[in-house]
Design a protein around this ligand. Structure first.
Ligand code: ATP
Ligand code: MG
Length: 436
């Protein structure tokens, strides 16, 4: 099964409901992330990504993500702007107790109402501190019990700052703390209220296909015209872990039709699971096969990718990190003459490492994966510039190797090198032509 569906609502969805949803204009969701650290580029706005996904999954069309610093007048202007024409605005950040936390003040100003003390919120804040074993609640935390008149609170079970639910023009505005896990927990509560706030929201059907062994350009050539479609929306994301994700969002009929077309066009590249490591582990488990790794330049990243898959213990045997030449010799039996003749970053050594993992280290694994390369930034030569990575796979039938040249810094060379090793293992398993 190459598709995944996310439907937050348990309500059974009918074809009719989906068709009606596509006929009515979409309800717009907007996101406003607040904080100097964001606009200074010192903090990655992961909240916006979570909120966008949450909105999409609930049936809102996100048509804008904004960031603004901590200056109150800028937040007021941003709130006025993003609430225009939106059904729901989710704001994160600036609800803390310190003077630079201005979200509640800015919201009250944008609404044209005053801030009032909310006794229930103050009791919640005090209770939070008591649970944490703090006897004297800092006076500054009183600020967090301030609420724009006519707004409602959203309880914060994970921290002190209550969230705020308010109306700004036609839009509902939800303010959550910036701390990611507090924001996530609070949106969980808003999910319960959403059907009453915005009745008739229809979650879209979302299907995902995962492919490997091709780049974005090849994918584009195989599916001309499909990426610019809006009904359904087809999006493509490239992962450094070695796969492409194609996401189809729309009504059930549209999504089913488009997913069939994409599946036909991309058949030979499709992965059964969300990514190479997951697919490899699932396929090895299905065939009752095991895997082992012998890594050099990737420094354990092949192992880490496999190890991140739940249930990997069924297939993962062991891994060796043989960084130095002597380690390659001692643990994998790579002959010194071979290294002297070809260099440590070479097809011959990559093949010897993968095969040596099977024979010399006496691994019982069915599939052995090896990497050797120049992660940089030092150590490049004209024959093997920085970014050269050889990956190899050995099994009972023999061994294959492939050379890659990866651009970017050391971390990227290692990440992509590991992904290429998994790709070769996947191809080997599929019995496809592994040598290029
Ligand atoms: P508090 O000040 O009480 O921690 P707050 O609501 O004022 O809560 P912020 O001060 O804006 O929240 O952010 C707190 C921390 O949460 C930040 O230092 C940052 O680490 C993280 N954070 C804030 N906004 C985001 C965001 N958009 N994406 C990811 N992390 C964020
Ligand atoms: Mg703060």
């Amino acid at each position: 099964m190459n598709t995944a569906r996310r439907q937050p609502s348990k309500r059974p969805r009918t074809q009719r409901a989906s068709a009606a949803a596509s006929a009515t204009p979409p309800r717009l969701g907007r996101i406003l992330s607040i904080g100097d650290e964001l606009v200074l580029g010192r903090c990655v706005d992961t909240n916006a990504a979570h909120i966008a996904r949450w909105m999409t999954d609930h049936g809102l069309r996100v048509d804008g993500v904004s960031q603004v610093g901590d200056a109150q007048h800028e937040i007021v202007a941003a709130l006025a702007r993003v609430s225009q024409g939106a059904s729901l605005v989710v704001v994160s950040g600036g609800l803390g107790p310190t003077e630079d936390d201005r979200t509640r003040h800015a919201l009250a100003a944008a609404m044209g109402v005053e801030l009032v003390h909310d006794e229930a919120s103050w009791r919640d804040i005090q209770a939070y501190f008591t649970r944490a074993g703090v006897t004297r609640v800092p006076e500054v935390n009183r600020r967090q019990a301030l609420l724009p008149r006519s707004a409602a609170i959203i309880t914060n079970r994970e921290g002190t700052a209550p969230g705020i639910l308010a109306r700004l023009g036609e839009a509902y505005v939800v303010c959550t703390p910036g701390v990611p896990h507090e924001m996530v927990a609070m949106l969980g509560q808003v999910s319960q209220r959403l059907p009453r706030l915005l009745p008739g929201l229809t979650p879209p059907v979302i299907s995902e296909l995962w492919c490997s062994g091709l780049g974005e350009s090849t994918a584009q050539e195989l599916i001309p015209g499909l990426l610019t479609e809006r009904h359904p929306m087809v999006g493509i994301t490239v992962s450094e872990a070695g796969h492409l994700t194609l996401r189809v969002v729309g009504t059930s009929t549209e999504v089913a039709r488009r997913t069939r077309a994409l599946t036909r066009a991309l058949k030979r590249y499709l992965l059964p699971q969300a990514g190479l490591a997951m697919s490899l582990v699932a396929e090895l488990a299905r065939r009752r096969m095991t895997i082992a790794t012998a890594e050099s330049c990737t420094c354990g990243q092949v192992m880490a990718a496999l190890g991140a898959v739940s249930g990997v213990s069924r297939v993962l045997q062991e891994g060796l990190l043989t960084y130095s030449e002597s380690a390659k010799r001692r643990h994998l039996g790579v002959p010194p003459d071979l290294i002297a003749e070809h260099g440590v970053v070479s097809e011959a050594v990559a093949l010897a490492m993968a095969s040596g993992m099977r024979t010399c280290s006496q691994s019982q694994a069915d599939l052995c994966v090896a990497t050797t390369g120049v992660a940089g930034p030092l150590g490049g030569t004209s024959a093997n510039p920085v970014g050269t990575v050889w990956v190899a796979v050995a099994d009972a039938q023999g061994a294959v190797a492939r050379r890659h040249h990866i651009r970017g810094d050391r971390a990227r060379v290692q990440r992509r090198g590991a992904a290429y090793a998994l790709q070769l293992a996947w191809e080997r398993l599929q019995g496809s032509q592994a040598r290029r």
